[in-house]
Write a protein that binds this ligand. Structure first.
Ligand code: NAD
Length: 329
């Protein structure tokens, strides 16, 4: 008997949302049936035509203009939740302000919808808000997978695996390199990164006009260098009992004018074995793998794992450090 593909929705149709659509296009186990952006949404139970969807978003500014399947709306997410038949959503939304993802989650809880949600949330303080919703999610019959991008996400999960060799973890050092051809393809990601620069806050970054972002990037030749970032890898590893949060450091370099990575993304896990040896495991991502491949691929791996948890009646909130992602065929 042939099993039906899982019905997937993507909220946010910017850089990561569109990359998600491309990834799902090649999958047999998942089908993209619903998408929302800020001004509209589209539903296609037989699967969205991805070329048409992306072309419409570029030409007209919203997926809501999609012929036959689109609807314009300023409450796109609320309406989509009510109208679409979806097993799980990837929230490829900007977390601007820093409370946005928690607000969207409350919307889902209030709506009575049941299923799986996955995010690629970055900030520790944003994930702390999600943790407070754990009980409500459980009661609502929602399985929420948080921190399931690249970092946090893929690199945090790799840290959990690497830590098995050690009796005690001394440090976890995450260093990422991101190369994108132009910042406008990933506006939210870049604004949120600016929010990590010394002298900037999330609210300031959100309030910056595109011209102000351009001017800042002109000054740095398109490069953002980030150190000691507030990244939820620390909270997730602490919750998983691997180490204390202050033993985790995250930093990186983002080149907004070159698709080549300025450095290889890696995580170094240093610890002591039961024999008393101090050693470091390093997990390095291939330079040819893009941010989109590493974030969206991971998100769908966790979405599949989340759907299996949901089917077994496991609701609530889980982080990428406590569940193994599954491979989506
Ligand atoms: P983007 O700016 O390219 O796109 C955002 C999309 O969200 C747009 O389509 C916009 O219309 C839509 N949107 C905004 N407000 C909305 C609303 N109220 N209702 C419906 N849709 C709305 O964003 P991006 O660069 O793809 O980033 C998405 C998120 O992914 C960011 O929060 C970023 O921090 C996160 N991210 C995580 C990782 C990781 O490794 N964990 C890596 C990169 C990006």
């Amino acid at each position: 008997m042939e099993t039906q593909p899982l019905k997937i929705g993507v909220l946010g149709f910017g850089g990561l949302g569109q990359a998600s659509a491309r990834i799902l296009e090649a999958k047999q186990e998942m089908r993209l049936v619903a998408v929302a952006d800020q001004h509209g949404y589209a539903i296609a139970p037989e699967g969205l035509n991805i070329d048409q969807a992306i072309a419409t978003y570029y030409e007209k500014g919203s997926i809501g203009y999609l012929e036959n399947n689109g609807t314009l709306s300023n409450q796109s997410i609320e309406e989509l939740i009510q109208k679409a038949d979806v097993d799980g959503y990837f929230l490829a939304l900007p977390n601007l302000p820093n409370t946005f993802m928690a607000d969207i989650t409350r919307l889902f809880i209030k709506s009575g919808w049941q299923g799986v949600l996955v995010d690629a949330l970055k900030r520790t303080s944003a994930m702390e808000q999600m943790l407070t919703l754990k009980g409500d999610l459980k009661q609502a019959g929602i399985t929420y997978m948080t921190g399931c991008g690249a970092t946090p996400g893929l690199l945090t999960a790799a840290t959990v695996i690497a830590s098995q060799s050690f009796q005690e973890i001394h440090s976890v050092k995450i260093t990422f390199g991101v190369g994108i051809a132009n910042w406008e393809a990933y506006r939210a990601t870049i604004r949120e990164d600016i929010g990590h620069l010394p002298g900037y806050t999330v609210d300031q970054a959100k309030a910056m006009s595109d011209e102000e972002v351009e001017a800042l990037l002109d000054k740095t030749n398109g490069i953002l260098t980030l150190e000691n970032m507030e990244h939820a890898d620390d909270l997730m590893l602490e919750l998983a009992g691997i180490c204390e949060r202050d033993q985790v450091t995250v930093g990186g370099v983002v080149d907004t004018r070159n698709p080549q990575k300025p450095l290889s993304t890696n995580v170094q896990i240093t610890g002591r074995t039961f024999e008393g040896k101090i050693s470091t495991h390093t997990f390095t991502l291939g330079d040819e793998t893009s941010m989109a491949a590493n974030v969206c691929g991971t998100a769908f791996g966790y979405l599949k794992a989340g759907i299996n948890l949901h089917r077994q009646g496991n609701y609530g909130l889980f982080t990428a450090a406590e569940i193994m992602p599954q491979f989506v065929r």
